[in-house]
Design a binder for this molecule. Sequence first.
Ligand SMILES: Cc1cc2nc3c(=O)[nH]c(=O)nc-3n(C[C@H](O)[C@H](O)[C@H](O)COP(=O)(O)O)c2cc1C
Length: 138
Amino acid sequence: MSTAILYYSYSGKTKALAEAEAEKRSARLFEVKEARRYSPLGSVLCGCPAARMQKIPALLSPVPDVRRYDKVVVMAPIWAGYPAPVFNAIISSLMRGTNVDILLVSASGDSSKSKGKVLEFIEQYGLKVGAYHDIKAP
Ligand SMILES: Cc1cc2nc3c(=O)[nH]c(=O)nc-3n(C[C@H](O)[C@H](O)[C@H](O)COP(=O)(O)O)c2cc1C
């Protein structure tokens, strides 16, 4: 099965985990970045509300075309209980019917409070969710 990993990382932890995941799954790895990187204060004052409101931010470059892969793994850090905004941009760019696994990285290792809303968001785009896991950042 061919697998692509699309990830966003602000401070590098999700990046390291995505690299390990790519190795484990023999997957192609693609980093997705926001158009304007948040400052540390901006991540709290603007990034967190955007995450909670499930906003779709502008990206530095379009999400890579992953239509030829059987499975797409989406990885992102948790901000204010929700996936960081770039996660929403990734999800909204994928073709309907894409098989996705969701891996969310956080300090607590628990994003269960937002899971219902996140699944609703993903459903809007007609994606098929396989795994949905929290990872506690090392
Ligand atoms: C703006 C911001 C908000 C965060 N909010 C949460 C949170 O609500 N719950 C949590 O467990 N961790 C939270 N964290 C911690 C990150 O989810 C955690 O450090 C993650 O591993 C960072 O991944 P990264 O290094 O790939 O950016 C937050 C971090 C930042 C920068």
